[in-house]
Design a protein around this ligand. Structure first.
Ligand code: HEM
Length: 102
C-alpha cells in the first residue's frame, strides 16, 4: 500500500472556506485504477497560528498513484476552485510507502 499526503498551512480565519472548497469539489477519484480511500485531515494550529490540513489518499502501490498524477482525472480535479489566497504558503507533498509487517 502507498499513502500520498499533500500538506497545507491555511490561514486560520479561512479554514472554513478551505474545508468548503474540498467538500463542494467535484471528485474524479472513484474510477481511478489503484485508488482506495480519500480523507481530508484537519490538524492542529502551527507555531504561526495557521491551521494544518492534509489531503490523505491510499493506493494499492506507488505506480498507481504516479499514474493518477499524470491523468486527466488529476488535471480536472485541480482545474477547479482556487485556494491560493487561503494558504499561508505552498503545499508540501510527502509520499509514504507502507512497510510490510510479515
Ligand atoms: C502531488 C501533489 C498533489 C497531490 C497528491 C494532490 C492530491 C489531491 C487529491 C487526492 C485531490 C482530490 C481529487 C478528486 O477528488 O478527484 C485533490 C484536489 C485538490 N487539490 Fe491537490 N494534490 C496535489 C497538488 C496540489 C497543489 C499543488 C495544490 C495547490 C494549492 C492542490 C490543491 C487542491 C485543491 C484545493 C483540491 C480540491 C479541488 C479544488 O477545489 O481545486 N493540490 N488534490
Amino acid at each position: 500500500m502507498y499513502i500520498a499526503m499533500n500538506n497545507f498551512r491555511v490561514r486560520a480565519e479561512r479554514a472554513v472556506d478551505f474545508e468548503t472548497a474540498w467538500r463542494t469539489r467535484e471528485s474524479f477519484l472513484a474510477e481511478v485504477p489503484g485508488f482506495q480511500e480519500f480523507h481530508l485531515l484537519r490538524g492542529p494550529l502551527d507555531d504561526d497560528g495557521n491551521r494544518l490540513y492534509a489531503s490523505h489518499t491510499t493506493w494499492t502501490d506507488e505506480l498507481a498513484f504516479r499514474a493518477w498524477t499524470e491523468s486527466e482525472a488529476f488535471r480536472k480535479a485541480h482545474a477547479q476552485g482556487k485556494v491560493g489566497d487561503l494558504l499561508a504558503g505552498p503545499p508540501k507533498f510527502v509520499g509514504w510507502e507502507v512497510v510490510p509487517m510479515e
